[in-house]
Design a protein around this ligand. Sequence first.
Ligand code: GUN
Ligand code: ZN
Length: 437
Amino acid sequence: MAAKLGGMQIYRSSLLRFADDGRALYDEDGLLAVAPDDKGQQRVVAAGSWQALQARFADLPGVQVTHLPERILAPGFIDMHIHYPQTDVIGAPAAGLLPWLENYTFPHESAFADRSHADAVAGFFLDELLRNGVTTALTFATSHPASVDALMQASQARGMRMITGKVLQDRHSPDGVRDDTEQSLIDTEALIRRWHGVDRLGYAITPRFAPTSTHAQLRGAGELAARYTDVWIQSHVAENLDEVRWVAELFPEARSYLSVYDDFGLMRERAVYAHCIHLDGEDRALLRERRTAAAVSPTSNLFLGSGFFDFAQADAAQFLYGLASDVGGGMSFSPFKTMQAAYVAGREGQTKQGLSLSPASLWWQHTAGAARALGLAGQVGNLQPGCEADFVVLNPACTPLLARKTRQASSLDELLFAMIILGDDRLIERTLVSQAK
Ligand code: GUN
Ligand code: ZN
């Protein structure tokens, strides 16, 4: 990584980052040095204590230091599962997942056949992510190919690292969102070729969930996943008990809901399945074996009454997972709301161990841990040397209660916990993305 001294920017502030083993590292008086690499991408050159790094980075002639007292620099958050076309679906009441899809989600998504609507929502969605400190997301578009173009173009204009894909749904879906089996696979391949690896953009092969794809469509998706090995895969699994029963009827040959995806070659590295609530031990072992990740979506699970992700069982099985908002099933774009809900859900897991998640591990699951689950460790989600410089400036005194609580914190755990439990978009003073244009 060739850091050009001329382009180097030095920040002096408190600094939060993560060690490779997931431990939180915190410098009360920290230094972050950022410089463009030879492609113009801003990357972290150095991160650590001001005292240790000042002589090498800040005392050089011509170097300007941006001093941000009483602020905390932290990695930009990563949302492992969100639907941009559901921005206007947040808060739509329904008895559960299946009526929610039928009565609210599909009608809203059908509007994305109109490119100008898709452009308008994509712009709002990305600005809302940034306002909430989210710099990378794995997001569903709709079944309309132009909905992918809209989000990719808007992300490119903002310099954001964004992964999305056209939804595949060729059955059990109403007119307006249902696609054609053969055309859907042709469109998916064309979109991969158009967008995957362009600037900071990535493509995800996106079967909505097993019930809305024919065997032929899932087979075609699996073939594309085998051909384009560094493309992501995203879908939903085992979110809701009615859904699980439906899948058992539709795929009687499969051992479990999750194994439907495995049977079609849709479990591998860079595959991400939202929810993963109603799993058994064999499913968890399969996730680990295939190096496939779960996107844990606690505000959505609470809103739709789906159940609770079992963190203890996930850790015991050692499969990859990270946090996600799942807007619009989810209730908020804010990573703080997601971490709050994960903490509560973690106390309610099926094993009922009464175990709660530590604040550092919650934060890691939404940053460096999520990056690892996406196959992007060392690129995003952290502020270690070499990482793309996506970061947030937090103001821990942004509300009277937060100011009071964070001032009293006597450990890093207490400081992080105060922000997780009391935080929202007001904590995010600024969001900087590595390739801002
Ligand atoms: N399962 C299939 N589609 C969806 C969706 O859009 N949201 C959620 N939460 N679950 C799904
Ligand atoms: Zn979802």
